[in-house]
Design a protein around this ligand. Structure first.
Ligand code: ZN
Length: 90
């Protein structure tokens, strides 16, 4: 019985693909808010935009991981399996 914390036992609400879907729905309003803030010079719009970006980063950090080994997955491109352990991601 090894004592090492090899596998995080936290309950996961979202799979990586679900997290990606959530981020995919947030990224457009976040970009629009950021662009509107810059073009219209409504700098207060950067506040909700910044909150959205931070939430997306947190989701990415927490859920964009292999469900089997807990390694973070590549941030770009389509991921079908974990580069660390080969588990299918879906
Ligand atoms: Zn893995």
């Amino acid at each position: 019985m090894a004592d090492r914390k090899a596998k995080p036992q936290r309950p996961r609400r979202w799979t990586p693909m679900q997290a990606q879907g959530v981020i995919g729905r947030m990224v457009v309003p976040a970009m629009l808010l950021t662009m509107a803030a810059i073009y219209l010079e409504w700098l207060w719009l950067l506040v909700p935009a910044g909150v959205l970006w931070v939430i997306m980063l947190i989701i990415l950090f927490l859920y964009w991981r292999c469900p089997a080994c807990g390694k973070t997955l590549p941030k770009m491109g389509r991921v079908h399996e974990c580069p660390g352990c080969g588990t299918k991601i879906d």
